[in-house]
Design a protein around this ligand. Structure first.
Ligand SMILES: CCCCCCCCCC(=O)SCCNC(=O)CCNC(=O)[C@H](O)C(C)(C)COP(=O)(O)OP(=O)(O)OC[C@H]1O[C@@H](n2cnc3c(N)ncnc32)[C@H](O)[C@@H]1OP(=O)(O)O
Length: 177
């Protein structure tokens, strides 16, 4: 279902429907929304935004496919689909930190470490992330100091460095949301 939603968003991003077609689509979407109105559940019960589902079952984030992961590093790949275009064939700048937050956050909380949240995330944009290209993401655990974990990451298009990032993840205290 989420994959169909992603495909639909890609098609919307790439289309220029007429006014009549837009109105027809809007009516169809309204009908679909109404069909889910009495299926609303708590966050824990939803399919959306679950770590255990490939791509987190979430249409917001570019879908990251994990190829290798251990407690110290993660390697994966991602293709920014048409929905993520910012302009002129490049992914929207906001989607790159989104991707790093997802990947670095996963690693920060992997290997039996207790849950942490992003305190800061610094991203350097080195070259455009071209829509449709398969990019490689690597991240590694750099250091740990008490509750603080530093994780770094790189996004590459072949040999070309697209972006790099560093995040500080702070372990949550018991009861901290
Ligand atoms: C159930 C969890 C599921 C997690 C799923 C994965 C999530 C993926 C990552 C995310 O996207 S989380 C969503 C985005 N992040 C947030 O919403 C976090 C909002 N901020 C907070 O909740 C708190 O500010 C935070 C937990 C990050 C830290 O607050 P605390 O009160 O726990 O820590 P404190 O302020 O005492 O700081 C602890 C240490 O970290 C340092 N620190 C905190 N924020 C910093 C910062 N921004 N820059 C540098 N250092 C920082 C701070 O100086 C201190 O250093 P020392 O121990 O050496 O004194």
């Amino acid at each position: 279902m989420i994959e169909s939603l992603r495909s639909f968003l890609d098609r919307v991003a790439g289309a220029r429907p007429t006014a009549e077609e837009s109105a027809e689509l809007a009516a169809t979407l309204d009908r679909l929304s109404a069909g889910l109105a009495d299926r609303q559940v708590s966050e824990r019960e939803r399919l959306f935004a679950r770590l255990s589902v490939q791509g987190r079952g979430q249409s917001l984030t570019p879908q990251l496919f994990i190829d290798e992961q251990d407690a110290q590093s993660v390697t994966g790949h991602v293709t920014f689909r048409p929905y993520f275009v910012g302009g002129n064939g490049a992914a929207h700048g906001g989607t790159i930190p989104l991707l790093f937050d997802e990947a670095l956050g996963r690693l920060a909380n992997a290997g039996g470490r207790r849950a942490s949240r992003t305190a800061y995330l610094t991203v350097n944009f080195r070259s455009i992330a071209r829509i449709g290209n398969r990019l490689t993401l690597t991240a590694r655990h750099v250091k740990e100091d008490g509750r603080k974990r530093v994780i770094s990451g790189e996004l590459r298009d072949g040999d070309l460095l697209v972006a790099d990032a560093e995040g500080l993840f702070v372990e949550l205290r018991p009861g901290q949301p």
